[in-house]
Design a protein. Structure first.
Length: 119
């Protein structure tokens, strides 16, 4: 009985650690999350990742869904993006399926007002 409890605890801790470490990859297949479009403003510099010709620029932003729900989104690009541009991210949990640059007029007005208030 004691060995079974220890085995279950070790398995639970291992699974939790893997989920925390690879959350974005797990969210991609999680049926409990639905894909949502999130609008965000690039107002922070990107974090450089990689070396030499393999450099990626990772953006960690706060955005809003079309319903006005606040979401954190992360995406990367092979090119550094200009500051103060708007992006639309197709997100599923912490996983980003795709992102595009959008014009200000393509964003719902109440979402745009919230984005302007983000520090």
């Amino acid at each position: 009985m004691k060995k079974t409890v220890i085995f279950i605890l070790v398995a639970l801790i291992t699974c939790s650690a893997l989920y925390i470490t690879f959350k974005r990859e797990f969210d991609q297949f999680n049926p409990l999350y639905e894909e949502q479009y999130v609008y965000a403003l690039i107002n922070k510099p990107a974090k450089k990742e990689g070396k030499n010709e393999w450099i990626r620029y990772r953006y960690n932003l706060t955005g809003y869904t079309e319903e006005g729900e606040k979401k954190k989104v992360t995406f990367s690009s092979s090119n550094e993006q200009k500051p103060d541009i708007y992006v639309r991210v197709l997100a599923k949990g912490a996983y980003t399926k795709e992102w595009i640059i959008v014009e200000e007029k393509a964003i719902p007005e109440y979402v745009l007002n919230q984005l302007r208030d983000v520090p």
